[in-house]
Ligand binder design. Sequence first.
Ligand code: DGJ
Length: 558
Amino acid sequence: MRRLSILILAGAIAWPLLATAQTPDLHSSLPHLQKMGSATQLIVDRKPFLILGGELHNSSSSSVEYMQPVWPRLAAMHLNTVVLPVAWETIEPEEGKFDFRCLDGLLAGARENHLKLVVLWFGAWKNTYSSYVPAWVKTNTERFPRVQTSDGRDTERLSPFSAVVRDADAKAFAALMHHLREADGDRHTVLMVQVENEVGVIPEARDYSAVADAAFAAAVPTTLMKFLEAHRATLNPEFRAAWESAGARRAGTWQEVFGKTSLTDDLFMAWQYATYIDRIAAAGKAEYPLPMYANAALIRPNYEPGQYNSGGPLPHSMDVWHAGAPSLDFLSPDIYFNDFAHWAGSYSRPDNPLFIPEAQSGSAGAANALYAFGRLSAIGFSAFGIDDQGNVPLDLVGITNPSERVDGSALSSMYAELGRLAPAILAKQVTDGVAAGLIEGDAQRAARVSFGDYTATITRAGSAAGASGRIGVMFLQTGPNEFLVIGCGDAQVVFSTEKPGPPIVGVESIDEELFENGTWATRRRLNGDENSQGQALRLYGTDVARGRIYRVRLYRYR
Ligand code: DGJ
């Protein structure tokens, strides 16, 4: 997959009443993804764009009135993009009768507040369930079959094996994209679209309906087998190990090819969800080809398939998704866990640009955002529950430590900073001129970051020393020996080199730069106690709120 969205029309389903011919000029001016040097960037109105986002609570966008006072608050928090659901039940309350008044109200609210949108299609599934489907779908279990348990009971999940479900979902989604093209094709308020939300099955690792059983006993589809052979060297190691330990067969049933384990059930469901979602995305792109993606609920430590959303686009099944859903542009992680670098890194691959639709907010979010943009060339970062900062149900979002209670101000200050620096960050993502380090968790004492000739070692300092707070630091290269440093948290940075040449690194100067009255101004030169007489750069947790960054010049000697 991972090709430009503007190229993904092959294989699209054309809904006869809705399909409209696309002109090349429309395509190139639409929001799209583009490979830029070593990064893949989101291009909006022909310029790279960094999404500084927040996702609304699930049902906030079902009411234009509810959103009215929320929009200006989000703009004041320095977001440039709001990630919001559009539910199937809202746009097609009666079969075949579409109602886009709510969506139009949301577009107007976003535009009045100079905000962009990422639309989440709450179609057949939302967190494995089918809670946002219209009543005419939900109540007609004969026509719209369900995922079944091994003891033969229906669940509240529509079946990904049903062509009737899929076609009804695709038709509604195509109508949505058609409307977006008409209402927004020349404004580009909507940048991207997520297709469904955190799909998968729980508490068993696969569907046990008769149709699912038959597919499970049949041969693994040839498309997937060919993909395995063609991409053997780059397959996810866990996925590859499952295939190889079952004999690296070139054909066979799911259990013959991947073994008799619950992971095989998970891979089987991944293929089914991927191919279903591919048809939905293709139907939407035939109407209006915005970048599209699917998101994953991640796996808690030691959870087995069925305890987590089995079949979702997880790291071990990304290859299955890439093979089964070529109409998607990328797969995304929803990261609430503390090992952010691990999960974000798993989704940042040459064939998968990183966009994080849901994440922790507060100072953890601020540090994580710095890392995502600086280290992983993310195209966007979005904190969940953004319309309700300070009052997020912590247990629901996987935060168990009350001291991590969300405070929107740290992320908001960080977004202000990142908004100012976005043109520089985007330019440096292309030339590998930006880097970042993250310290997370008690066990991690330091982070080492290499950029240009230099290596920075970041450790906690001041009030953060010995504490578990998260530290993020970004380095933007402005010359061979010069960097802008943006920090989040109390930290100390020591510079060294591993490159040939003079082995010792000295600090030529550190200048404090402040953003005041709409511009950057160099204030103090910090070459004394402030930087341990040139031995280290000291960063403060209050820097970002104060609009303070540092320009560091280094030199080397023997
Ligand atoms: C992940 C889901 O994708 C969101 O819609 C929301 O339910 C959050 N979890 C947390 O509540």
